[in-house]
Design a protein around this ligand. Structure first.
Ligand code: DC
Length: 233
């Protein structure tokens, strides 16, 4: 069976990573959460006092980029790879609302994107990968055999994210989470470099009113069809 590349893009909190993880597991592929990489760079910037209302010291962050070492380490118990920043497991720290509030301006910096996109391209060289993010089908893997673009209403997405944060024990309000989702939608789609946009050959997938099981079945079906077609060629 030939291996393909699956690119999953879309708005924040559309459940991209949940579906990407399930699909990768079912196909026996690698899963890469590129949002975790942008979040880790943001955590680094916050820890080094480079953030204010946006990135207040962009040139320092750019200068420090070679000192930011990112890697994914597979956790057998959890069944997915966790993000390490300079050899520290930061999987929990990168998922806070504070990091979500700071990540869009960091992800808009051309040099940051250049570094992370290079790493992502290397990870997908051998195919057999499911990668999720904002520019995977447009910039990282424009030749991906299967591209999905996930959407859902901002309110639905904010409710899902709010529940996740409450389950973690974070002290947040629904309104704050909704505002963050809306702000990130705007910033991620309007930035100059690699904005979030629908690739012409991507399948638009609105999961506002769809359970996980149905989503997985449909998406697995798309993948099977693409793989079978490739095998038959
Ligand atoms: O997928 P996520 O919500 O964890 O991503 C966090 C932020 O990182 C998101 O607001 C935009 C940015 N991002 C990006 O610009 N490009 C990617 N490929 C992945 C994420």
């Amino acid at each position: 069976m030939q291996k393909i590349t699956v690119a999953i893009d879309g708005f924040s909190s559309t459940g991209k990573s949940t579906i990407a993880k399930q699909l990768a597991k079912a196909l026996g592929y690698i899963y890469v959460d590129t949002g975790a990489m942008y979040r880790a760079v943001t955590l680094f910037a916050m820890r080094n006092n480079l953030m204010g209302a946006g990135v207040n010291n962009q040139s320092t962050l750019i200068k420090l980029l070679p000192k930011i070492n990112l890697k994914f380490v597979y956790n057998d118990e959890l069944g997915f790879a966790e993000m390490y920043l300079n050899n520290e497991n930061v999987e929990k720290q990168i998922r806070t609302l504070e990091v979500s509030k700071n990540v869009s301006p960091v992800a808009a910096i051309e040099e940051v994107r250049f570094k992370l996109v290079e790493m992502q391209k290397k990870m997908g060289k051998e195919k057999g990968i499911v990668m999720d993010g904002r520019d995977i089908g447009t910039v990282v893997f424009p030749d991906a055999e299967l591209k999905l673009f996930m959407t859902a209403s901002a309110e639905k997405r904010a409710s899902r994210r709010y529940k996740e944060l409450l389950d973690r024990g974070d002290d947040v309000s629904y309104e704050e989470v909704l505002k963050n989702v809306q702000d990130r939608d705007y910033l991620d789609s309007h930035r100059e470099f690699s904005p979030l946009k629908l690739a012409p050959d991507a399948i638009e997938f609105d999961n506002s009113d769809m359970g996980l099981k149905e989503q997985f079945e449909r998406i697995f079906n798309y993948a099977e069809r693409v793989i079978n077609k490739k095998d038959a060629q």
